[in-house]
Design a protein around this ligand. Structure first.
Ligand code: NAD
Ligand code: GLY
Length: 367
């Protein structure tokens, strides 16, 4: 049943497994020895995922807990906020959950980021397990311990680094994922190539259609290799003091798109996709990659069903609006925007760029 098991090495006490498999969540307690046991479990999910997978997960972890509660949050990025977070605390407190409680995040990156932040902060920290059900969450957000909610002024601005106890990644859950969401997840898969592994990018160039068709072998390789790369990066720089920032390729522009359009209008992966093209174009204008590389990346992104041009956020001063939004970014230093740029295929660096050049790129890359 298990396709692969990987470790995220963040030090002896906190290292944890990623179990990648094709099967049913109702057997995970028997199949994997990595599910914690405690008095209480709280499954955090949303109104969409609940209908597909909640009862199976409840059954799967049934032997490990005396009491299992759940909460279904509103669906979507617009719900990644204080209000939803408070609902998680409410259900924990109303049911007199103490520290002998494990939170399960059942859903995509939105649920995972919020459930993780609730676990990081409830009673100063209780264990949690990621059960990612979108491609994006399986290849990126469930791994590495970034947890957060959005602020109206900026994406993921309130959060904590807090690692899960395990990531239980059932590829079978992708069978119900809408194609737009599958494509959005592919953006985070594509990013690993230009920043880290051009062989992986080459594999994707031959396999993207099979991934989109949900061919299980192709999905399994895409998830496995993505998790390997993410685990390697996080293992070297858990708290993003340096290297880990390369995982934000495309995100500086992408987060501006998400916030500027209103959370949920563009999916996170769609913003990242157009953002990667802009970051690649900025790299080209700085002499770090050639035109052929930008075209190659663009073509892969297009084939994945993703946008290669950013939206116009402000008809009167579009570039100005992007710059304003991008200054509120966790990589910014003293108001200087720092971008993840490609310094030759397969290698990323984090650096600033003159505003005038960034303006040119935005003007050239937006619809
Ligand atoms: P999402 O959580 O909103 O899920 C996408 C949609 O798919 C939702 O409508 C959801 O209800 C639905 N869904 C989930 N699983 C399903 C399934 N199996 N079948 C049918 N529908 C299903 O979005 P996402 O793309 O998974 O995650 C995006 C979020 O992840 C963003 O908030 C982003 O900031 C965050 N993120 C975090 C990290 C991190 O390191 N923590 C990394 C990347 C992205
Ligand atoms: N998704 C970026 C990171 O985890 O660092």
């Amino acid at each position: 049943m298990s396709y692969a098991s990987l470790m995220v090495d963040v030090g002896a006490e906190r290292s944890y497994p990623i179990e990648i498999f094709v099967g049913n969540l109702d057997q995970i307690g028997d199949d994997f020895g990595v599910i914690p046991s405690a008095r209480n479990a709280l499954i955090v999910t949303n109104t969409v995922v609940e209908g597909y997978y909640l009862s199976a997960l409840k059954k799967g972890i049934g032997k490990n807990f005396q009491r299992i509660f759940h909460i279904s949050l509103d669906d979507g990025e617009a719900a990644k906020n204080w209000n939803s977070l408070n609902k998680i605390y409410d259900v924990l407190l109303q049911n007199e959950c103490d520290r002998n409680t494990v939170i399960f995040a059942l859903g995509g990156g939105v649920v995972g980021d919020m459930a993780g932040f609730a676990a990081a902060t409830f009673m100063r920290g209780i264990p949690f397990v990621q059960v990612p059900t979108t491609l994006l969450a399986q290849v990126d957000s469930s791994v590495g311990g970034k947890t957060a909610i959005n602020h109206p002024l900026g994406k993921n601005m309130i959060g904590a680094f807090y690692q899960p106890k395990a990531v239980i990644c059932n590829l079978e859950t992708l069978s119900t994922l809408p194609s737009r969401e599958l494509s959005a997840g592919l953006a985070e898969v594509i990013k690993y190539g230009p920043i880290f592994d051009m062989d992986f990018m080459q594999w994707l160039e031959t396999s993207v259609e099979q991934v989109l068709a949900k061919d299980m072998k192709s999905l399994a390789f895409a998830v496995h290799r993505s998790c390997e790369i993410k685990a390697a990066v996080v293992g070297r720089d858990e708290r993003e003091t340096g290297l880990r920032a390369i995982l934000n390729f495309g995100h500086t522009f992408g987060h501006a798109i998400e916030a500027g359009m209103g959370y949920g209008v563009w999916l996170h992966g769609e913003g990242v996709a157009a953002g990667m093209v802009m970051a690649a174009e900025l790299s080209r204008r700085l002499g770090m990659v050639d035109e052929a590389f930008v075209q190659r990346l663009k073509s892969l992104i297009e084939r994945a069903g993703l946008p290669v041009r950013g939206p116009v956020l402000d008809a009167s001063d579009n570039a100005g609006r992007y710059l304003e939004l991008m200054r509120i970014d966790k990589k910014s230093e003293a108001g200087e925007i720092r971008f993840v740029l490609i310094d030759g295929p397969g290698k990323a660096v984090v650096r600033g760029a003159p505003d005038a050049l960034v303006r040119e790129v935005i003007d050239a890359c937006c619809a």
